[in-house]
Design a protein around this ligand. Sequence first.
Ligand code: RIB
Length: 292
Amino acid sequence: MKILNIGSMNLDYVYSVDHIVQPGETQATYGMNVFLGGKGINQSIACAKAGAEVYQAGMIGEDGAVFLEACKEYGVNGDYIRTISEKTGHAIIQIDRNAQNCILLYGGANVKLTEAYIDEVIAGFDKGDILLLQNEVNNLPYIVDKAYEKGMQIALNPSPFNEAILAVDLSKISLFLMNEVEGEQITGKKDPEEIITAVQEKFPNTKIVLTLGKDGAMYAEGQQRYFQPIFKVEAVDTTAAGDTFTGYFLAGMLEGMSVQDILYMSAKASSIAVTRQGAVPSIPYRKEVTGE
Ligand code: RIB
């Protein structure tokens, strides 16, 4: 069983700031770095570092060759990545003194996926393979419909949440991986239990991973519920913590690990990611997570 991730690749321009800039304010920054990021590639690299076989698909511009190199370096299959005459997607990220971030996205090549390209990518996968998606590429409803027709299992991280998510036939999703904000945006509920109940009422056959920031993470499948607290660490940058969790969760699922062990490993991996700067460079290898 393979994981196909049709997702974004962004150059992350990361600025260290005292506080997130306010409307009308100009603020001097005290540091700037460019890291590889994008929810798509972050999650693919997390899957690969956790030990899963993963294929990254999506589009970059001529300025995005670094992503092809990163795929080679981290063991992600990048054969489906296409280079087109557009700018590679990018993100402008502010990180404040409390390690909180805010992110501005420019879609660029990420949002140029054509139906013909999607057909070509999905043709390389089989019934039972996993399709992983986030909301930083275009044509999500088409991707979901085609993968579903093929019998793939679809895991959706509905992030960042916007109306494009509501255009997707969410009854085709096998696994939602979302945080409590996205959970509220999808269901209108704030309480984690209520979010899970509301998702299950609408989509009774889906599994749900709900991350709750400092309050840990929950997993629900039918009547079963699992909880995982966080590992307390000194955070320097929370970017890609959720992506790390997602990649490790899928890798653990593919290995057939128990749910509680998968949650433990995923929480541990994201606790390491927040102690490091950047998105891709912050994602730990499996041996750093398990100590083996
Ligand atoms: O989830 C973190 C990612 O969100 C960053 O790497 C940035 O590129 C945005 O896509």
